[in-house]
Ligand binder design. Structure first.
Ligand code: SF4
Length: 401
């Protein structure tokens, strides 16, 4: 499937970041700190922002959390961080926004889950109240439907309408329809209340890849709201990364999606920033955006006698990523660069020539020399014990030049 043009959606401004309407696909993330812990939350938001998260969502679930929000935003500003902060509300958002106007004002967007904005008769007035706050404070909202907390009223209504259908296999299709309908009907209601289309972003998250693809294809066909993509509960480690990449990759290839969040379950001790890096890497490998120079490295095989080249590839990638906050304003286009680190002469020279700068390390049985190529031309051959250090210096020099 070749790449389709991006679907044109209504553009939404979230603080200083544009979402949809042809703007580059935005990478966002969410903290896992207790929002009432101002210092811890500020620290994590700064880490996420530095890693490249263009929007950061925080949970606003208690009075203490709502009270902390203005101070979090204030401290971020004082430290020079202007990343827009999104409040994630469930169950009691209407009360918190009413009681804490400074919180309502400090946030750049509210996330509302129509499945748990209020139960029964309370649902509509509470939803209305939240949208009225969004209108009052001139804030966009994300109407974020989630398969795990689907509005049961919509599902029950659809099941009632389809009660003559005898085949239980139709239940998944009806559930998918309920998810999409919950988002579309909530958005229509928000517009009726007075929220502009340019203030509405939709998402319909679910944890099954094929279902997610089919839901978003349908959603995208039926509206032109800006869409937030994410596979909810993607899981841990490689499973979460693969599932998110597969789902979001298929959708973005079809031109669907204006902002993405990769919901990885963090492994103990793992940095929260991983979800940002994975999001950037999906966009960069698919050719939608560039964030940091890419290292092209071979997998290694029996021709490599040690993990020397893997370590060099890792060190170079970490070094390039660390430098990007400084480089991105200084060296125009540096983020599109490719650096090849290859394990032997079989594919090494070819890949190195195709990259901006590349090295072909000596494999087993080869003479202990490592040719370096810059812009397709062999410029130097490194040898001795400090090939890694010398190559890093050459990469730095290449970038500076
Ligand atoms: Fe093996 Fe050489 Fe290919 Fe790397 S480039 S995978 S070391 S044959």
């Amino acid at each position: 499937m070749s790449i389709s043009p991006r679907k044109h959606t209504q553009q939404v401004s979230v603080g200083n970041v544009k979402v949809g309407g042809g703007a580059p696909i935005v990478v966002q993330s969410m903290t896992n700190t207790d929002t009432a812990d101002v210092a811890g939350s500020v620290q994590q938001i700064m880490e996420l922002s530095t890693a490249g998260s263009e929007l950061v969502r925080i949970t606003v679930n208690t009075e203490e959390a709502a009270k902390a929000v203005p101070e979090i935003v204030n401290q971020l500003e004082q430290k020079g961080f202007s990343v827009p902060i999104i409040g994630d509300f469930h169950f009691n958002g209407h009360k918190l926004l009413e009681k804490y106007p400074d919180c309502a004002q400090a946030l750049s967007k509210y996330r509302i889950n129509p499945g748990n904005v209020g139960k029964g008769k309370a649902r509509d007035p509470q939803f209305q109240q939240m949208i009225e706050f969004a209108c009052k404070y001139n804030k966009p909202v994300r109407i974020g439907v989630n398969g795990g907390s689907l509005d049961q009223a919509v599902l029950t209504r659809l099941l009632d309408e389809n009660r003559l259908l005898a085949n239980p296999k139709e239940l998944p299709a009806i559930t998918r329809e309920a998810i999409v309908l919950s988002a579309l009907e909530s958005a229509a209601k928000a517009e009726e209340i007075g929220l502009g289309k340019d203030k509405i972003i939709l998402s319909c998250k679910i944890s099954n890849v094929q279902e997610l693809i089919s839901i978003y294809e349908d959603l995208s066909n039926r509206c032109d709201y800006a869409l937030h993509l994410g596979l909810t509960e993607a899981g841990m480690g490689s499973k979460g990364i693969v599932a998110s990449s597969a789902a979001l990759g298929v959708l973005m290839q079809q031109g669907i999606g204006d902002t993405i969040r990769i919901s990885l379950t963090p492994e103990p001790g793992a940095a929260r920033t991983k979800e940002v890096i994975v999001g950037q890497e999906i966009l960069q490998t698919m050719g939608f955006r560039s964030f940091t120079p890419m290292v092209i490295a071979c997998p290694g095989c029996g021709r490599t006698t040690s993990d020397y080249f893997q370590r060099l590839a890792q060190d170079i990638q970490a070094y390039l990523r660390d430098q990007m906050p400084v480089w991105k304003d200084k060296y125009k286009g540096v983020e599109t660069m490719e650096v090849a680190v290859m394990g032997c002469v079989v594919n090494g020279p070819g890949e190195s020539k195709n990259a901006n700068i590349g090295i072909s390390l000596p494999g087993s049985g080869e003479s202990p020399v490592a040719p370096v190529f810059e812009d397709g031309v062999k410029t130097v051959t490194l040898k001795g014990d400090n090939i890694a250090g010398e190559f890093q210096e050459l990469v730095e020099r290449y970038i500076e030049s």
